[in-house]
Design a protein around this ligand. Structure first.
Ligand SMILES: Nc1ncnc2c1ncn2[C@@H]1O[C@H](COP(=O)(O)OP(=O)(O)OP(=O)(O)O)[C@@H](O)[C@H]1O
Ligand SMILES: [Mg+2]
Length: 303
């Protein structure tokens, strides 16, 4: 498999603080890579460095054999900024497409059929003649994705592309991106907080913690060692308030919700379950399936 992006001893700092530290990272052709991690863990910074939008303070990044600072790299990467930023609000979607394709050396006229096909599929075509300032967040996102997709670059970098998209569109985006990878032998690199989307689309997950990669493998592996069930305990909210410090350091216990004066706690392991039974006045206990959200939250918090 062809190596597309290659990091060697990369560090990136802002105001003397190291926010990214990656000794080694290789990304290969046709990979669908999801970068996950808590807010501020360095996901967007990694995405920008891997696309040549930002340069490291130390080490080197090579993109298709060139230094990421080489001008040839600009043609190889398309980057979609978070929330579809970077377009002209006072122009229509069509005018933005025309303009941004032209400055990158493409003719909108020649790509019209493809733009219509993508626009119809993503339920966007009816907004083509609206000013960008009048587009909803999701539709602005669709416009920027379409502009990027039409250019068929071998590297597509998307910062939180599912933000604002409704569920049917997210599922369509999975298919559009998979097809993109196939047809263009491309790499798609994206950040996301959307578990279901990541599970469906990615072939590789990078988990970042304070700027370091703490997990790098298939998404299935990330979730494999996680318990699929959880215990749910109901206690009086008042008791929870009085004793919350007792459970503050118990890793598997969390608050699920409080409703009508009753707090539901969830707990994942036997030891914490026994602790709750011994120290709290339990109104009700049951076993439930953990949602993917539960599992993802656990992975992000405790890695
Ligand atoms: N241009 C900048 N100037 C100064 N600090 C920055 C800059 N860009 C990012 N940082 C800092 O670098 C760290 C990583 O930021 P980054 O935007 O990569 O996080 P993220 O994982 O994408 O977070 P989020 O989930 O909120 O998008 C944060 O501490 C952030 O404050
Ligand atoms: Mg970010």
């Amino acid at each position: 498999m062809k190596k597309v992006i290659d990091f060697i001893d990369v560090q990136k700092s802002f105001n003397k603080k190291i926010v990214l530290s990656i000794p080694q990272l290789q990304i290969y052709q046709q990979q669908a890579v999801g970068i996950i991690g808590k807010n501020g863990s360095g996901k967007s910074t990694l995405l920008k460095i891997a696309s040549g939008l930002l340069y490291p303070n130390q080490g080197s990044v090579r993109i298709l054999g060139n230094s990421s600072q080489h001008k040839r790299v600009k043609e190889k990467v398309r980057f979609v900024l978070e929330s579809g930023q970077g377009y002209y609000d006072y122009l229509t979607a069509r005018e933005n497409m025309d303009y941004f394709l032209a400055i990158n050396g493409f003719s909108f006229q020649k790509l019209k059929t493809e733009a219509k096909r993508l626009g119809d599929y993503l339920d966007f075509s009816q907004h083509m003649d609206k000013k960008v300032s009048a587009l909803s967040q999701g539709n602005r996102q669709k416009m920027s994705l379409i502009i990027a997709l039409l250019q068929r670059a071998p590297i597509l970098a998307l910062d939180e592309p599912t933000n604002g998209l409704d569920i049917p569109t997210k599922q369509k985006l999975v298919r559009v991106l998979q097809q993109y990878i196939q047809e263009n032998r491309a790499v798609v690199l994206l950040t996301s907080h959307d578990v279901e989307f990541l599970r469906q689309f990615t072939t590789r997950i990078l988990l970042l913690k304070d700027g370091r990669v703490t997990f790098d493998d298939a998404p299935g592996i990330l979730f494999r060692n996680q318990s699929l069930e959880k215990f749910e305990f109901q206690i009086h909210y008042q008791e929870y308030l009085e004793k919350s410090s007792l459970i503050a350091n118990r890793k598997s216990i969390r608050v699920q919700q409080t409703e009508g004066g009753i707090t539901t706690l969830i707990c994942l392991n036997e030891e914490d379950k026994r602790f709750l039974l011994n120290h709290f006045d339990i109104l009700n206990m049951s076993l439930a399936e953990r949602t993917m959200e539960d599992i993802f939250s656990e992975v992000l918090t405790y890695g």
